[in-house]
Design a protein around this ligand. Structure first.
Ligand SMILES: [Zn+2]
Length: 143
């Protein structure tokens, strides 16, 4: 895996179609680098329809300019907000059950709740044993 240092690769092409899950994971990772460069938590995500068409890609925006901008501005939740803003504006988007959010890190409780209550599919690229909801807990040693 290529290590990126505050140099995300180009702009996200929203008209792009991914042929593989790896491409989507790479975009989520690229968004995470953008978050890191912005000085916030390194989490990014991409929203795809069932054909792999990119609907949107966003990253965490909790911190901007060294200040807390919005503690709930996690990438996954922002993607869901964007989706419903588009729907309320009359955009023709597939229903949530035909959309997958690919995130760079295991979603937190807030984002998991948003994803589940909205009905989106989710793929996470990495476990988060600190605040992710889908990690495998360490085995408890018998006494
Ligand atoms: Zn979250």
């Amino acid at each position: 895996m290529e290590i990126r240092h505050c140099s995300p690769r180009g702009a996200t092409l929203l008209s792009q179609t991914y042929e593989s899950l790896e491409d989507a994971v790479n975009e989520a990772a690229n968004q995470a680098v953008r978050a890191y460069c912005q000085g916030t938590f390194s989490v990014g995500g991409v929203m795809l329809d069932k054909s792999g068409n990119v609907l949107n890609a966003l990253h965490n925006n909790v911190v901007e300019d060294g200040m807390t901008f919005d503690p709930t501005a996690h990438g996954e939740r922002q993607l869901i907000d964007w989706y419903y803003d588009q729907i309320s504006s009359g955009a023709l988007l597939p229903p949530p059950e035909e959309i997958t959010i690919v995130t760079s890190l295991d979603p937190c409780c807030m984002c998991s709740g948003s994803i589940l209550s909205s009905g989106f599919n989710v793929v996470s690229a990495a476990f988060d044993t600190f605040s992710g909801i889908d990690y495998t807990p360490l085995p408890i040693s018998p006494h």
